[in-house]
Write a protein that binds this ligand. Structure first.
Ligand SMILES: [Zn+2]
Length: 294
């Protein structure tokens, strides 16, 4: 491809943080592999799965070109090596964000038979029902983790811990979390309650004994928080993929949460009827919290 083409690629502007679900845009780069066509556009309403923390799945939807709809089969983070005009996908990305000479982009994966050219005008349309269900699951998971920290703060630690969450509770979630997965109206968090946490002062035996009590208390906290009808605001330091983004929810009465997060989210707690959790010990060291949003 010519130099003119190479210089078209810029960091993709992301729109999912603003609740925008469709957008007219221009094609900046097209690349075909044996199985797929990858398309980079100037901006996109699609949330790509992160190559570093892939807890929030890619959006579904389609691309419209010349009046025809093409399914976007996947959407991942990409990085473009400007000097060598080479595109890297997902876990193949060899650099950290902010690396000079590299642009981070959103890669829309389409079927192989897609014939597109640089500068073509296309429309990208996100499956709104699916994105909304993921957003509800993701925001609910954040609230549940803070509610769990808050409940465990009451009597389940025998020592102070240096790591506190933004509500000034000892940060069980951050110390113990091994895995998180967002799905439709649901968030699943896995926690490891190993030797290190016991040494830090977590009363693991008491947690095991009180599991249903803890579950009920967390659900009470969540109900209280939902009753505030608080807004959820995404604060973005810029409109590209690598700009820092923060999930902010001011619950009032001194409880205000701001945390870094790159996912898509609800705009208000009024979007929920309720949020409830279930706690299960999967083994003597592995605790699972399932958060469900209604
Ligand atoms: Zn998040």
């Amino acid at each position: 491809m010519s130099d003119v083409v190479i210089h078209q690629v810029r960091p993709t502007k992301v729109l999912f943080t603003q609740g925008i679900m469709q957008s007219l845009t221009q094609v900046q780069w097209v690349e075909q592999t044996d199985t797929s066509t990858y398309v980079v556009t100037e901006k996109t309403p699609f949330h790509p799965v992160s190559h570093i923390w892939p807890d929030h799945p890619a959006d579904k939807g389609f691309l419209v070109f010349n009046g025809k709809q093409y399914t976007v089969t996947d959407c991942v983070t990409g990085a473009f090596d400007i000097e060598n005009s080479k595109l890297y996908k997902g876990t193949d990305i060899p650099v950290k964000r902010g690396e000079p000479g590299w642009y981070f982009v959103v890669l829309h994966e389409l079927e192989l038979d897609m014939a597109l050219n640089i500068n073509d005008a296309v429309e990208l349309v996100v499956d709104a029902r699916y994105q909304t269900a993921l957003s509800r699951g993701h925001s609910a998971g954040h609230l549940a983790s803070y509610a769990l920290n808050k409940v465990l703060e009451q009597g389940y630690w025998r020592k102070d811990a240096s790591r506190k969450d933004v509500l000034n509770n000892r940060d069980f979630h951050s110390y113990a979390q091994t895995l998180s997965l967002v799905s439709e109206n649901k968030s699943t968090d896995s926690y490891r309650l190993g030797k290190t946490l016991k040494k830090r002062g977590l009363n693991v035996a008491e947690i095991l004994a009180d599991l249903s009590l803890i579950e009920a208390r967390v659900n009470d906290v969540l109900a209280t928080w939902l009753a505030t009808n608080a807004s959820v605001v995404m604060k973005c330091e810029g409109d590209t993929l690598t700009d820092s983004r923060f999930w902010c929810c001011d619950l009032g009465i001194g409880e205000s949460i701001t945390m870094p997060c790159g996912g898509s989210h609800v705009q208000s707690l009024t979007e929920y009827k309720d949020i409830t959790i279930e706690l299960t010990f999967k083994s003597d060291q592995e605790l699972e919290m399932i958060t469900k949003a209604n």
